[in-house]
Design a binder for this molecule. Sequence first.
Ligand code: TRP
Length: 454
Amino acid sequence: MNDKKRSSFTGKIGFVLAAAGSAVGLGNIWRFPYLAAKYGGGIFLLVYILLAVTFGFSLMVTEIAVGRKTGVSAIEAFGRLDKRFTFVGYLASVVPIIILPYYSVIGGWVVKYLVGFAAGQGSAMADDAFFGQYLSSAAEPVIWFLLFIGVTAAVVMLGVEKGIEKVSKIMMPILIVLILVIAVYTIVSMDGALDGVVYYIKPDLSHFSVMTVVAAMGQLFYSMSLAMGIMVTFGSYMKKDISIEGSTHQIEIFDTGIAFLAGLMIIPAVFAFSGGDASALGKGPGLMFVTLPKVFDTMPGGTLIGAAFFIMVLFAALTSSISLMETIVSIFCDKLNMKRIPACLIVFGISVALGLLSCFGYSILSDVTVFGMQFLDFFDFFSNSILMPVVAFATCILVGCVLTPGAVIGEAEENGKHFRQKKLYSVMIRYIAPVFIVLILLSSILDFFGVVKI
Ligand code: TRP
């Protein structure tokens, strides 16, 4: 997607796989399960799916159409459609700069667990205190983070991401099978896991809160790589004879399917291990690193399965971090007229600086909080719950009020394609989505400043 001359995907499958490859990452395997566990289980899942098929669908169609129509990446595209919206392109471009550093810190945790399992220390990692102790050491997480971001930068610098993508096409199906195996194993072999399945799948209104919607919405943006210009760029490489609506559906099914399975793998296991204690579900970012090692520890051949699992997750994470970095580097090259290598080095430098903050937030800087949050949580919250809704809102206004939905529908119906859900689309993008986003944004800002605890 990053060639200087605008190359295009050969066909629909190529487009869908490339977009899904960028969308599927730590967001699905690490972030979705812990949010679902924390914000109500079944009710979170339901809200998420409802948002995905209405809201996520409309936004993704819009971004792809904007990209294909203008043929340029986000930082240019918005301004080309309307001068007053140039800032949206810039704002969208800031998001990956905030995400990449902390994404790589978590990538570093994955490397640590992979190395641990490969070295046969699976049992030590299954200990409750292990993850916390690891995080609070000042040096080790930094080393693995630097390794992860270093490999990412090397791939982007050498321009060999195509090779990595090929490997990940093989790894992805294996990852899905592994997730399924682990999920089925925990559910059938552990007492209490079935209750976890019920918690995860059955919506319980008493677990609903405004934060369920806020979190589900943030996750939707994050997981589908929306509201940060990524899908605009992808759209700019898409040929006119491919259906935007059909591809969007497929990307969504792919992305949501993997997230769903990851939840099925982790949430029942947490239930089983905590004996149904709900507070164990609120563990947050550490969930995958605390619970899964225990599952592996009790499995026959668990060391091997654990190592295999973390290697797959590492690949999913690397393909995403590479395309995050690639996005930022191409913005620097295009906008600041920089050469590729210096741009890579600068992006690497910024990422190391911000990533170190996230690492140290758990160790030597653990007393420093930003609005009551550790650095990593703050970066995550600020990009997903503040910046991305602002970008999404501006996109809705641009398409809904300035250009009118007809512009996007026209693009989606190029080459005689039929846009089946265009009624839903127009209503969503014009009325429901913008109102909804403002409400969400307000509630997360109020929550952010601690004005109200939602
Ligand atoms: N969607 C990715 C995930 O689920 C993370 C991500 C967000 C991303 N924005 C991106 C990946 C941009 C590549 C490019 O993990």
